[in-house]
Design a binder for this molecule. Structure first.
Ligand SMILES: Cc1cc2nc3c(=O)[nH]c(=O)nc-3n(C[C@H](O)[C@H](O)[C@H](O)COP(=O)(O)O)c2cc1C
Length: 182
């Protein structure tokens, strides 16, 4: 027995990948952080390619067009407040790193902000942008990636505390991954 799911909510049935914090900068080196739920790997050989879906009004989108670079930070489940804060306003209007007193280090290649405590980060260069009404699909190629000790060994160790990513179910509802299925 199946219930109808409204067509404008169907995405919620798929939307269980980890929330990422998209770290970007404009040409004046104003760093910015933007939570994004809609993303996917698109290839891995010879290097990983990733797509992101972003509103064209986002400062993150503007920054990626300007610099051609972005860093995907993977927050830990305990960073849910930071994710909500960063999603509550735009880098066009405020310096979110100062406003929310974000402690961060700089990523190795791009020198963009990586909030302390994030599980991993993936540095990318922009390959392609496809605009679709009010949103854009950005495809990037990975140039460098790092994961915190204990969170990754051939795969994300999501059954252990260090690998507990944050997942968004819509509105104010989030979860973290549970145990492995044998
Ligand atoms: C959990 C969460 C997931 C989000 N996912 C997306 C997304 O996939 N794409 C998008 O364009 N905005 C998404 N947003 C909204 C942006 O983060 C929000 O509009 C933000 O203020 C844009 O910031 P910016 O203008 O500084 O880039 C999400 C927000 C939250 C809290």
């Amino acid at each position: 027995m199946y219930l109808n799911v409204p067509t404008n909510e169907a995405y919620k049935l798929l939307n269980a990948g980890p929330v990422i914090i998209l770290s970007t900068s404009d040409m004046e080196e104003h760093l910015n952080l933007t939570p994004i739920s809609w993303h996917s790997p698109v290839d891995f050989d010879p290097v990983t390619k990733i797509l992101l879906v972003t509103d064209i009004k986002n400062k993150a989108f503007f920054n990626i067009l300007e610099t051609g670079k972005f860093v995907i930070c993977i927050p830990h489940a305990t960073q849910v407040k930071l994710v909500k804060d960063l999603g509550s306003c735009s880098g066009f209007k405020e310096n979110k790193l100062e406003k929310f007193q974000v402690e961060y280090a700089l990523s190795e290649k791009c020198q963009f902000a990586v909030p302390n405590g994030t599980i991993a980060y993936i540095e990318c260069k922009k390959l392609r942008v496809i605009e679709e009404d009010a949103v854009a699909i950005i495809i990037g190629e990975v140039i460098f990636a790092k994961a915190i000790k204990g969170s990754y060994r051939d795969r994300l160790i999501s059954e252990k505390e260090a690998g507990k990513t944050l997942h968004h179910l819509g509105k104010d509802i989030f979860f973290q991954p549970g145990d492995l299925v044998e």
